[in-house]
Design a protein around this ligand. Structure first.
Ligand code: ZN
Length: 682
C-alpha cells in the first residue's frame, strides 16, 4: 500500500504524508464506507445485531477518523497554501458524506426498530448509550419529520447559516472600519511599549505616520486598561460597544438588528418543527443540565452570592480612584483603567520573576509527578517516533502493571504556520474487541514561548495553567477504558460537562505542594518561595465577583432570550438585556451600548442557550477539586475514585451520575464561590 495515510496499523507516518496523498486517501475511504453502508442497509431487520451492523458502522467512522486526523492536525500545526486547499476540498467531501449519513432514512429506521426490539436489552450499557445517542441525533437533525416538514427544516437551516454569516461579516466589517489615527505620542501616555509598537505597525500598514488604534481586541484592551487619556478611552469604548448597530460613530452601516431578530425567529420555527417549546429546551436535549428551570436557578444562585461582593468591589475601586487619583464619578470607560492601577498597587507581581521559576522541563516533570501521585500512572518519553517538527515530543502513559494506557504528542511552542491557541485533539480513539485494544493517542498543542539561545523556555503562570488544562482534556481522552469509540474518552460527553477534567486539573497550579513540584528557578534551582506563591494566590481573586457577574449577565441574557417562544423584535432583545442588567450588573451601562450586536458566541457561534456552560463546568470542576481539598490534594484514594468514576467512563453514563459516583452527591456551587473568594474559604 503506497498511500501512507491509508496505513493505519500504527501511528500516523508524519514524515511520509504529502499533500497529494490526501485526496486519493479520502476518496478511497468514502467510497468503501458508502459500499459498506449499502450492504448494512440490506441486512434483514431480524438478523441485525451489534457484531454485524453497529460494529461495522463504528469501523467505518473510526477508519475515516484515523485517516483524516493527521490531515486535520497538520492543517492546524504545519499549514501551507497547498495543504489548506486540499484540506478544504476534502473537508467538503466529508461533510457531504456526513450529511448523507445523518439524513439516511433507511439507516435511521433500522436503528430505531432495533432499539425498540428485545435485542437491545442484550447489549451492554456502552452499546445501548451509543444507539440511544444515534437516535437522538437523527431526531435533532430532522430525519423523523415527514417530507414536507423535512424540506422546511432544511430551508430554515440554510437561511440560518446565511444569517449567521451575515451577522459575523457585519461585526468583522464594523470592527475593521473604525480606527483612530494618533499623531502625537503623548496621546498614548500610559500604554505599554509593546502596545505602542503594535499601533505604530498598524499605522505603517496603512501608510500613515504615527500610530493607529483599531478595534481589534489587543488594541481595544490596551487602551481601556492603560491609556491615561480619558477622552481617548471614551471614544474607543463607544466605538467598540456600538459595532454593527444603529448607534455610535458608524451608526447603521453594518447594523445587525434585523439579523438578530430573524435568527431568533427562525431558531424558534426550527425547534417547533421538532416538537420543542423553545430553543432553550432544544439546546438542553444534548446537555447535562436537566431543564431550563435548573439553568435559570443555577445562574440566579450565583448572582445572589456574587452581587453583594461585586458591589463592594465597585465601591473599593471608586474609593481607590478618589484617594490616589482624585477621580470621582467613574464612568464605564474608567473601570479597567483604575482596576489595573489598583491591581498593580495591591499585588505588585513581576511576571518576569514568576517565569524564572517555570522552566519547561521542570513544569513537565512536575506535571508527570502529579499524575503519578494522583493516579499511580507513569509518563515516559519515547524517542524516534515520526512527528511533524523536531520540537514535538512523544510520550506513553503506563499503569502500575507496566501496560500502556495512552500515548500523546506534545507540541509546546509557537511557530509560524501554526494556528494560535491551545487544544487537545484525538489522534486515535480507544476501542477494543476480540482481544485487541486500540490504544488512545492524543495531540496536545500549545503556543508557548519557545526557548531563546541557551536560556530554557520559561513559562508564565498562565502558560503553566494552559498546559494543565489541555493535559486534563488529554487524560480524559487517554485514560478511558471504554471499548466503543462512540462513547470512549470525550466522545458522547455532554457539552456542558466536557470541560470538567480540564478545568479540574488547572487547580493543581494554585496549590503550594504541587507548585513546589512544578517550579525550580532556572538559575538557582530553588522552588518558588511561599511569599510569591501567596501573592499569586491572592491576586487570583482580584475583582472576581465583578468578573463573575459579567459572565452571568451574558449567560442569563442568552438563556432568557432563547427561552422565549413568541416575541421577536429589536425592542424585545433590548428589554431582555436591560432587565438582566438591572438584576445582575454592578456597573451602569450607558444607553448607547449595543453589546448584543457583537455577541457572536450566541448569534453566529454554537453557544445559543449554551453560554451558561462556562459557569456550569466551572462549578463541577471546583466542586470535584474541593473533595481533594477535604481529603488531601494527593490523596491516592480520592485520585483513584476520580479516575474510575469520571476519567475512565467516557460518555457511557450521564455526567450527573458519574459526578455523584465521585462526590457522593450532586454538584454544589459553594466550592466555586470559595475558590473565587466570594464565600470565605473555611
Ligand atoms: Zn478546554
Amino acid at each position: 500500500m503506497s498511500n501512507p495515510l491509508l496505513n493505519i496499523e500504527n501511528l500516523p507516518l508524519f514524515q511520509q504524508i504529502k499533500v497529494e496523498h490526501i485526496g486519493p486517501a479520502i476518496d478511497i475511504v468514502l467510497a468503501d464506507n458508502r459500499q459498506v453502508l449499502s450492504e448494512l442497509i440490506a441486512i434483514s431487520q431480524d438478523s441485525l445485531g451489534w457484531e454485524n451492523f453497529f460494529n461495522p458502522l463504528e469501523d467505518m467512522s473510526d477508519r475515516l477518523q484515523r485517516v483524516w486526523s493527521p490531515i486535520s492536525h497538520l492543517h492546524g500545526v504545519k499549514d501551507s497554501d497547498e495543504l489548506r486547499q486540499a484540506y478544504t476540498e476534502n473537508l467538503e467531501k466529508i461533510t457531504l458524506y456526513q450529511t448523507e449519513l445523518d439524513q439516511n432514512q433507511d439507516l435511521f429506521s433500522k436503528i430505531q426498530k432495533f432499539a425498540n426490539s428485545k435485542a437491545m436489552a442484550n447489549l451492554n450499557a456502552a452499546q445501548q448509550k451509543i444507539i440511544t445517542n444515534m437516535i437522538r441525533d437523527f431526531r435533532l437533525a430532522g430525519v423523523a419529520l415527514d417530507s414536507k416538514a423535512k424540506q422546511c427544516f432544511k430551508d430554515i437551516k440554510q437561511q440560518l447559516a446565511k444569517l449567521k454569516s451575515s451577522y459575523e461579516q457585519n461585526l468583522l466589517d464594523a470592527t475593521q472600519a473604525w480606527t483612530y489615527h494618533c499623531t502625537e505620542q503623548s496621546e498614548l501616555a500610559g500604554l505599554p511599549e509593546t502596545a505602542i509598537a503594535m499601533m505604530a505597525e498598524q499605522a505603517k500598514q496603512k501608510e500613515l505616520d504615527g500610530w493607529v488604534i483599531s478595534l481589534d481586541f489587543p488594541s481595544f484592551y490596551a487602551v481601556m486598561t492603560f491609556a491615561d487619556n480619558r477622552e481617548l478611552r471614551r471614544q474607543v469604548y463607544t466605538a467598540y460597544v456600538t459595532r454593527a448597530s444603529e448607534q455610535g460613530p458608524d451608526a447603521g452601516k453594518w447594523d445587525n438588528s434585523a439579523n438578530m431578530v430573524e435568527i431568533l425567529k427562525l431558531r424558534q420555527e426550527l425547534v417547533a418543527l421538532l416538537g420543542f417549546k423553545n430553543y432553550a429546551e432544544y439546546s438542553l436535549e444534548t446537555k447535562m443540565a436537566e431543564s431550563p428551570t435548573k439553568v435559570m436557578d443555577f445562574l440566579q444562585q450565583l448572582v445572589d452570592y456574587s452581587k453583594p461582593i461585586g458591589e463592594r468591589e465597585v465601591k473599593d475601586l471608586n474609593d481607590f480612584a478618589k484617594q490616589y487619583f482624585q477621580q470621582t464619578n467613574l464612568e464605564i470607560w474608567d473601570y479597567s483603567y483604575y482596576s489595573e492601577k489598583m491591581r498593580q498597587q495591591q499585588y505588585d507581581i513581576s511576571q518576569q520573576e514568576v517565569k524564572e521559576y517555570f522552566p519547561a522541563e521542570q513544569v513537565l516533570n512536575g506535571l508527570f509527578e502529579i499524575v503519578k501521585r494522583l493516579y499511580n500512572l507513569s509518563v515516559r518519553q519515547v524517542q524516534g517516533v515520526e512527528t511533524w517538527h523536531p520540537d514535538v515530543r512523544f510520550y506513553e502513559i503506563f499503569d502500575n502493571h507496566d501496560l500502556v494506557r495512552g500515548q500523546f504528542y506534545l507540541d509546546l511552542y509557537a511557530r509560524t504556520n501554526k494556528r494560535g491557541g491551545a487544544w487537545m485533539d484525538e489522534c486515535i480513539i480507544r476501542r477494543a474487541g476480540k482481544g485487541i485494544v486500540q490504544i488512545p493517542v492524543a495531540y496536545l498543542t500549545c503556543n508557548l514561548t519557545p526557548p531563546v539561545d541557551d536560556i530554557p523556555a520559561l513559562f508564565s503562570h498562565d502558560e503553566v495553567i494552559t498546559v494543565f488544562h489541555e493535559f486534563g482534556h488529554g487524560l480524559h481522552h487517554m485514560l478511558t477504558l471504554v471499548d466503543y469509540a462512540g462513547v470512549s474518552g470525550i466522545n458522547g460527553v455532554s457539552w456542558d460537562a466536557v470541560e470538567l477534567p480540564s478545568q479540574f486539573f488547572e487547580n493543581w497550579c494554585w496549590e503550594i505542594e504541587p507548585l513546589n513540584l512544578l517550579s525550580r528557578h532556572y538559575k538557582t534551582g530553588q522552588s518558588m518561595p511561599e511569599s510569591l506563591i501567596n501573592k499569586l494566590r491572592k491576586a487570583r481573586n482580584f475583582q472576581s465577583a465583578m468578573q463573575m457577574l459579567r459572565q452571568l449577565e451574558f449567560a442569563l441574557f442568552d438563556f432568557r432570550l432563547h427561552s422565549n417562544s413568541d416575541m421577536f423584535s429589536q425592542e424585545f432583545i433590548q428589554q431582555t438585556l436591560d432587565a438582566v442588567r438591572s438584576q445582575v450588573a454592578v456597573v451602569n451601562t450607558p444607553d448607547f451600548n449595543r453589546f448584543q450586536h457583537g455577541f457572536a458566541h450566541i448569534f453566529a457561534g454554537g453557544y445559543a442557550a449554551g453560554y451558561y456552560s462556562y459557569k456550569w463546568a466551572e462549578v463541577l470542576s471546583a466542586d470535584a477539586f474541593d473533595k481533594f481539598l477535604e481529603e488531601g490534594i494527593f490523596n491516592a484514594k480520592t485520585g483513584e475514585l476520580f479516575l474510575t468514576s469520571i476519567l475512565q467512563q467516557g460518555g457511557v453514563k450521564e455526567p450527573l451520575e458519574m459526578f455523584k459516583e465521585f462526590r457522593g452527591r450532586g454538584p454544589e456551587i459553594q466550592a466555586l464561590l470559595k475558590q473565587s473568594g466570594i464565600l470565605p474559604a473555611v
